[in-house]
Design a protein around this ligand. Structure first.
Ligand code: NAD
Ligand code: UGA
Length: 463
């Protein structure tokens, strides 16, 4: 089947950028991204393309190029489903906050809603592509919903998980390590796989397009995220040992990373990993393992999360301890709120948890992040439900410049590794602060020697 019309349900961090690249690379395909969130769609359609809802280097240029030609953003979900031959489901799959599996299992209600809507609207055969990250065997549930509508339409379900990382989404999509497509072994299944391979083959070399059965594909996505997060927890565990022994975690990471079997990527010690997926996907994996009675497997992976929570808590505890066991009434400047650099996404950012701990100790947090607005910071804290909205609002100060955020502060905490932080006038910052002036570098990005020479008391993670 030759695909000429694609619909993607979900205009988020995955749906938006992925479809923008497909549209750019496949001018012969009309791509429509739909979402129930009217505000989000309006932002994607904003005449000023710098106002699109997701900040990713290079993305606004691609959207500007394709939008209105073969890339469309709309709230008319039914029309887009009806017209498309291939439908990507790219909606959120958060951790359940209620009922069985609360706090662990993936909440599939949005996925099921999509399946039901597709079943209701479809009048001809369609290929449905799971782009969201899903528990292994979800395709079975989707198929069961789609196959029981009684309108005679035939569906093929493919699993095509996304491996992009935020902040580098455009480059990751343009030059993926691999594209993974899982489908049925039947003839119809193989045809559907081929149709999707043909889409990607417009820009991805064929040897990088891997096809598997559906279950392998679904499980590979959870496995990849678990392995990546495990590396961070492993190096973070070592960071604590380094602090006790006089070893330097950066040196240890370099030394082990030069072993080609280990590799040098994803070994940066930090205040802890954040982002919408690592924690949710590992919890989901733990839940699946437990549901099969595989308790040792579940416990093994759960340690990755336990270690990450410990790392975040250890960072805030250390700030309190170093500031003479009290931060009450003190101003702590936060440089960075996003969960990593080059994104405006703050989901599960370590900054949220560190701020929450410090506010509980009566500190005032002064936040500066180049891409995150105050409204978002407050919404993140309110989501934790630790205290009232008013109490959060009174404890958070937001500033337009880093220099204002740091003025009069007792300490600075680096929570995100934005490049611009390194280039600041640190002498000017020092001069405006309370003394002794402390810097807690949760990302190990600043030069210790330079800062100490200026007069800062500087502490990094793992040294
Ligand atoms: P997101 O929250 O940014 O976007 C999801 C969008 O889906 C929202 O805008 C929401 O309004 C919309 N939506 C939900 N239900 C809908 C419905 N029934 N009809 C229409 N729209 C609906 O989420 P995201 O970060 O893009 O993640 C989406 C999926 O991709 C998740 O499963 C996630 O695990 C996975 N993933 C995310 C990343 C990432 O970097 N963010 C990377 C790889 C995979
Ligand atoms: C991650 C994976 O890298 C993607 O492959 C995957 O598609 C995605 O999750 C997903 O499924 O959502 P992302 O969370 O966007 O991507 O960003 P990462 O670069 O993986 O960083 C995650 C967190 O780990 C960040 O807080 C980052 O600062 C932290 N990190 C990363 C470290 O602390 N140390 C490192 O060495 C690397």
């Amino acid at each position: 089947m030759k695909i000429t019309k694609i619909c993607c349900i979900g205009a988020g961090y995955v749906g938006g950028p992925t479809m923008a690249i497909i549209a750019q690379k496949c001018p012969q395909i009309q791509v429509t991204v739909v979402d129930l969130n009217e505000e989000r769609i309006a932002a994607w359609n904003h005449t000023d393309v710098s106002q699109i809802p997701i900040y990713e280097p290079g993305l606004s240029e691609i959207v500007a190029e394709a939008r209105g030609c073969n890339l469309f953003f709309s709230t008319n979900v039914e029309k887009a489903i009806d017209e498309a031959q291939m439908i990507f489901i790219s909606v959120n799959t958060p951790t359940k906050t209620y009922g069985k599996g609360k706090g662990m299992a993936a909440d599939l209600k949005f996925i099921e809603l999509c399946a039901r809507q597709i079943a209701k609207v479809a009048k001809d055969n369609k290929i449905v592509v799971e782009k969201s990250t899903l528990p292994v065997r979800t395709a079975e549930a989707i198929k069961s919903i789609l196959d029981n509508t009684g309108n005679g339409v035939k569906f093929q379900i493919l699993s095509n998980p996304e491996f992009l990382a935020e902040g580098t989404a455009v480059q990751d999509l343009l030059h993926p390590d691999r594209i993974l497509i899982g489908g049925d072994i039947t003839e119809e299944g193989q045809k559907a796989i081929q149709a999707l391979v043909d889409v990607y083959a417009n820009w991805v070399p064929l040897e990088r397009i891997l096809t598997t059965n559906v279950w392998s594909s679904e499980l590979s996505k959870l496995t990849a995220n678990a392995f990546l997060a495990q590396r961070i927890s492993s190096i973070n565990a070592m960071s604590e040992l380094c602090e006790k022994t006089g070893a330097d975690v950066n040196e240890v990471a370099k030394a082990i990373g030069m072993d080609s079997r280990i590799g040098s990527k994803f070994l940066k010690a930090s205040v802890g990993f954040g982002g919408s997926c690592f924690q949710k996907d590992i919890l989901n994996l733990v839940y699946i393992a437990k549901s099969y009675g595989l308790n040792e497997v579940a416990d093994y992976w759960e340690q990755v999360i336990i270690m990450n929570d410990h790392q975040k808590r250890r960072f805030s505890d250390n700030i309190v301890k170093t500031l003479y066991n009290t931060v009450s009434g003190k101003k702590i400047a936060f440089l960075g709120w996003a969960f990593k650099k080059d994104t405006n996404d703050t989901r599960e950012s370590a900054a949220i948890y560190v701020a929450d701990d410090l506010i509980s100790e009566n500190a005032t947090i002064a936040v500066y992040d180049p891409k995150v607005v105050r409204k978002k910071v407050l919404a993140d804290l309110d989501y934790l439900e630790t205290r009232t909205t008013e109490a959060n609002s009174n404890s958070i100060l937001s500033f337009e410049t880093p220099y204002e955020a740091c003025e009069g502060a007792h300490a600075i905490a680096i929570l995100t590794e934005w490049d611009e932080f390194v280039a600041y006038d640190w002498q000017k910052i020092y001069d405006s602060m309370q003394k002794p002036a402390f810097v807690f570098d949760g990302r190990n990005i600043l030069d210790k020697t330079v800062l100490q020479k200026i007069g800062f008391v500087y502490q990094a993670v793992g040294s």
